[in-house]
Design a protein. Structure first.
Length: 209
């Protein structure tokens, strides 16, 4: 039996954060896909795991945990990860970067919000316009928050901020958002791409999709 089960969706950036974290922690885990396009997240089975009808949900230690940042903290506080700076000022700065992605940028660009925008206008082409409208300014702000030298978001050490930023760059590329002129973000992306935990966690489309 695996140590943990992750209920996720392959292209969910919130789920992607946790796939990286579980790999970094060396946890034996298994993915149980929740097909967001098919509406599995709204079914009774998944709502019993997470009343919000969202992914990810992590089943571990006899618990069903929701909200990716809360789960990262749980893994930290149970000694499985060490991705938070010890100094309070640095920890606050790290949370600001992580939350700029996870709490400000990501929510307005998720599946259900973009679908509602298209529903209101009746124009499918508005989906991409919506994504680009929010992703580029959000990443520009994150760029200004990153460490000058790196290689990671906070400097020499990998933190939760990196786990939040890197999956969002996939979303940016998917919707045609230019990031080549954001050198700090590019530096972080290159550094993280060298880490096996990030590589193995990447968005891999299921064969049946």
């Amino acid at each position: 039996m695996p140590e943990a089960v992750l209920y996720d969706y392959w292209r969910s950036t919130a789920s992607w954060r946790l796939r990286i974290a579980l790999n970094l922690a060396g946890i034996d885990w298994q993915s149980r896909p929740v097909d967001l396009l098919a509406g599995d997240q709204r079914g009774a089975e998944h709502l019993a795991r997470n009343p919000q009808g969202l992914v990810p949900v992590l089943e571990i230690d006899g618990l069903l945990l929701t909200q990716s940042l809360a789960i990262l903290d749980y893994l930290e506080e149970t000694g499985r990860l060490s991705l938070r700076p010890k100094a309070p000022a640095q920890a606050a700065r790290m949370r600001a970067i992580a939350q700029a992605v996870a709490c400000d940028l990501h929510p307005v660009c998720n599946l259900r919000v973009a679908a509602r925008a298209v529903q209101l206008t009746g124009r499918e082409e508005d989906r991409g316009d919506w994504m680009r409208h929010f992703i580029r300014p959000g990443l520009e702000a994150v760029e200004a928050l990153l460490d000058d030298t790196g290689p990671y978001c906070m400097g020499a050490a990998l933190t939760q901020a990196d786990l939040c930023l890197v999956p969002q760059l996939y979303n940016a590329a998917r919707w045609g958002v230019e990031t080549g002129d954001l050198p700090r973000i590019g530096r972080v992306a290159r550094a993280c791409a060298q880490l096996d935990a990030f590589h193995r966690a990447g968005a891999m489309q299921p064969a049946a999709s």
